[in-house]
Design a binder for this molecule. Structure first.
Ligand code: IPE
Ligand code: MG
Length: 217
């Protein structure tokens, strides 16, 4: 989800206004995704590198996260959404961690769609944590791709078919590095706060035109 700052700047608004508009886009996309047959939607909300931003912006993002979960959890649950969190989210403030874990627990049996929110997430950090878990549990000759995959934060989830990047940036920025090995990549110039049901539908249509070979021919 990229482009909140540019969206605000274009309107001569403070960055936080862009982040607020970004939350509205999250609401729209989470509502539309199950209708398009999306089974798992992963949102890159806060990266392990986003701590480099000024403290007040980090505070705004954490405040918006808290507000989003509190205000949406009933609706998400009603809509059959299972909420999970990936990344080192346990390093966030204890009250926030409790809110996240309570929300995940409450929605754990829902099956219409899984909404994974990546918080304090970095693909390299996730792989390092999984590698450490492998090393602690297994002899070296039993550490293989399946063993590592089973210890990623996304264990049990399918690999993503499609990675969408908004605001025209053409890079992965440490998102799902392992899991995106064969994902299709779609870049749109649209800024995240302008993303909506129609944009998601268009993106999925573009994805469905791709010919996927997974290294075969
Ligand atoms: C996305 O928008 C923010 C996060 C999800 C942390 P940005 O804040 O990166 O917006 P730009 O790149 O400045 O436009
Ligand atoms: Mg950005």
């Amino acid at each position: 989800m990229d482009g909140n700052g540019r969206w605000a700047k274009a309107r001569h608004l403070p960055r936080v206004a862009g982040h607020r508009a970004g939350v509205e886009a999250v609401r729209r996309v989470v509502e539309a995704a199950p209708d398009l047959g999306i089974e798992v939607l992963t949102l890159y909300a806060f990266s392990s590198e986003n701590w480099k931003r000024p403290a007040d912006e980090v505070g705004d993002l954490m405040g918006l996260l808290r507000h989003y979960i509190r205000s949406e959890i009933d609706e998400l649950h009603r809509n059959g959404i299972r909420l999970i969190f990936i990344g080192n989210y346990k390093a966030l403030k204890p009250d926030l961690v409790t809110l996240l874990e309570t929300s995940a627990e409450r929605t754990r049996d829902n099956s219409r769609m899984t909404l994974a929110i990546a918080l304090n997430y970095g693909g390299q950090d996730e792989i390092v944590r999984a590698a450490r878990a492998c090393a602690a549990e297994l002899p070296a000759d039993q550490i293989d791709a399946a063993a590592l995959e089973a210890r990623l934060d996304t264990a049990g989830l399918p690999a993503p078919d499609l990675v969408v990047r908004t605001s025209g940036e053409q890079r992965l920025s440490n998102f799902l590095l392992w899991q995106a090995a064969y994902a299709e990549f779609v870049v749109t110039d649209r800024l995240w706060p302008d993303f909506d049901r129609a944009a998601l539908t268009e993106t999925v249509a573009e994805f469905s035109q791709r010919e996927r070979r997974f290294g075969g021919r």
